[in-house]
Design a protein around this ligand. Structure first.
Ligand code: ATP
Ligand code: MG
Length: 288
């Protein structure tokens, strides 16, 4: 999908989920989200302080992140944008405790996770973060609900409760009638909705999505983005990584990354300005 071709179709799923009668609204138009006070006391979920990440391959080192400061508060919906190779996935891996930073500090929900070992990181990851990936990352041999219950298996939740919560999460993403199907029996958009249900089921502090619509057609993209809107409206903290402007514009805040640095960071009001400046000129509105 090309930049500037922003579209926001009302779909049956979107209507179902937003429960507002389903009128599609253009990007930037007032929505229910804006009824929430934007200046409420903020609790940080993510605090990155001067974070760097250096990859070493043989004798070659590459500094993929070069001193990133970033704070994301509870309930924010943030898109991280940037061109290929700018460090988005590197940043996502650190935010998601899938990889460790080289220097700097990362506090997740107030807990310093900069120096944790693999075992502790895995524990934090399972407890605090729900992931959605471009490739869905579902287990092909398992039914939808078995996939969704997996984070709860790792968390030691009893099986009856796991099943009930998995079923509930699947109905929240509009898949109550597909719980027994395996991923191969579902469309791409449906598979990604299963992945969103899996990300939700453990009630995480943070939902992290890396190019969640990268493999979807425009209709399924609209479905999945409507789901993220819904999560945001329900008070979830959502961080979405994308290189598509039309996807990023759905978020309430846009962080642009380039060459391992944060280039710009816009709040919702500036974001509306950013839409007018869709030519891609960087916005200088330092947010904090
Ligand atoms: N494991 C690794 N070892 C060495 N270099 C790496 C490694 N992973 C990433 N890099 C380099 O770090 C830089 C940032 O990579 P990253 O995957 O974070 O980019 P990206 O912004 O996610 O790009 P894309 O939009 O293509 O997914 C790139 O130059 C990449 O080649
Ligand atoms: Mg990437």
């Amino acid at each position: 999908m090309a930049d500037g071709g922003a579209r926001r179709d009302g779909t049956a799923l979107e209507d179902l989920l937003d429960g507002s009668g389903g009128a599609a609204h253009p990007i930037g138009a007032p929505t229910a989200l804006q009824d929430h006070p934007s200046q409420q006391p903020a609790t940080p979920v993510i605090e990155l302080l001067r974070v760097s990440k250096t990859y070493t391959t043989g004798s070659i080192t590459f500094e993929a992140l070069r001193g990133v400061d970033l704070r994301i508060d509870q309930g924010e919906y943030v898109a991280i944008m940037g061109p290929s190779g700018s460090g988005k996935s590197t940043l996502m891996n650190i935010l998601g405790c899938l990889d460790v930073l080289t220097t700097g500090t990362y506090r997740l929900a107030g807990e310093d996770v900069s120096e944790l070992d693999e075992v502790d990181l895995a524990h934090i990851r399972n407890r605090r973060i729900g992931f959605v990936f471009q490739q869905f990352n579902l287990l092909p041999a398992l039914s939808a609900w078995r996939n969704v219950e997996l984070p709860l298996v790792y968390a030691g939740v009893p099986s009856a409760e796991r099943k009930a919560r998995a079923m509930d999460a699947l109905s929240r993403v509009g898949l109550a009638d597909r719980t027994a199907n395996r991923p191969g029996e579902l469309s791409g958009g449906q598979q990604q909705r299963v992945a969103v249900a899996r990300a939700l089921v453990s009630d995480p502090d943070l939902i992290l999505a890396d190019e969640p619509t990268g493999n979807l057609d425009s209709h399924s993209t609209a479905d999945v983005l409507a789901l993220f809107d819904e999560l945001h409206e329900a008070g979830r903290t959502v961080v979405l990584i994308t290189h598509e402007l039309e996807v990023a514009e759905r978020a309430r805040r846009m962080v642009r990354v380039r060459d391992g640095l944060v280039l710009s960071d816009t709040d919702p009001d500036e974001h509306l300005g950013a839409h007018a400046d869709a030519a891609g000129r960087p916005q200088d509105g330092g947010r904090r």
